[in-house]
Design a protein around this ligand. Structure first.
Ligand code: G1P
Length: 298
């Protein structure tokens, strides 16, 4: 089937990042680095790899560092060039002129509201949504895997992952239908079900390919779980009218909305870097030994 191409991606980056205070008092949580790149850079790189041409950031107050990150830094570049230093390291921060748009979400009314704020820029075409907190490591990247699936089945494709039963209340949860390899038909969706009430433990992870009709549903501004306008609720209303699938991504997800998940991602990525892996491994082993030794002595 020939599905309409996905050219635009929405990055909701308006959140307050309270879980990482005080680090995120003056800098956006999306600018926290995994080794030496901010989280948002990984998400943008993933989108570019998947063929996305237009990045739409839904920002809020205090998020200007994201705009600066994806801009030319004249003083920095002039100084580096003057010292004979290569600017290659800055390459991924240089988005094609005109390939980035910023819209503001004036009030934190929920993920659905953030996506809806991008409606005029998205227009009448399918689009992707990437939540930078969900740091996805795979080859090809998560969104590329999803686009490949979308090109076969069309409609809406969301990223899905099995989570432990005791975590289902933190996620959007899928009522699964027929499965075909990594693709599962989505029969129902519920946002953050109360413990013990989840229809499955297949959760929604922060990557979506959605049809533009979702914007019309979101304009109803209906509030759901936590009193917020939920993307999950709007998606649930499209089930039955359009194909809807969950894709279990081949790769690893790190929950960088959580401190331990964020540290996990940093350790894993450091160990994947040739120039530092040996040193980091040594340090990790020393730290573990130091933790184990006192216990042995006791
Ligand atoms: C959001 C979505 C939720 C999804 C999750 C994935 O929740 O509302 O459906 O499962 O992202 O990370 P949040 O993490 O913003 O609370």
């Amino acid at each position: 089937m020939s599905a309409k191409p996905v050219r635009k991606a929405v990055f909701p980056v308006g959140g307050l990042g309270t879980r990482f205070l005080p680090a995120t008092k003056a800098i956006p949580k999306e600018m926290l680095p995994i080794v030496d790149r901010p989280l948002i850079q990984y998400a943008v790189d993933e989108a570019i790899e998947a063929g996305i041409e237009q990045m739409i950031f839904v920002t809020g107050r205090g998020k200007a560092a994201i705009e600066d990150h994806f801009d030319i830094a004249f003083e920095l570049e002039t100084t580096m060039s003057g010292r004979g230093k290569s600017l290659d390291i800055l390459g991924p921060t240089r988005l094609r002129p005109g390939a980035v748009t910023y819209v503001r979400q004036q009030e934190p009314l929920g993920l659905g509201h953030a996506v809806w704020c991008a409606r005029d820029v998205v227009g009448d075409e399918p689009f992707a949504v990437l939540l930078a907190d969900d740091f996805m490591v795979g080859k090809p990247g998560c969104l590329k895997q999803m686009i490949d699936a979308y090109n076969r089945v069309g409609g809406n494709v969301i990223c899905a992952e099995v989570v432990p039963d005791e975590h289902t209340h933190r996620y959007g949860i899928i009522t699964p239908g027929a499965a075909d390899g990594p693709l599962t038909e989505v029969k129902g969706l519920v946002e953050k079900p109360a413990p013990g009430t989840a229809p499955s433990n297949l959760s929604v992870i922060g990557r979506y390919i959605l049809q533009p009709e979702v914007m019309g549903i979101l304009s109803g501004q209906e509030k759901g779980a936590g009193g917020e306008i939920q993307l999950t609720d709007a998606m649930a209303r499209m089930i039955g009218d359009q194909p809807f699938h969950g894709l279990t991504f081949a790769g690893t997800r790190y929950d960088c909305g959580d401190k331990v998940g964020f540290l996990h991602a940093n350790m894993a990525m450091a160990l994947s870097r040739d120039e530092m892996a040996d040193d980091v491994e040594l340090i990790m082993n020393e730290l573990l030994e130091a933790r184990v030794e006192p216990r042995r002595a006791a």
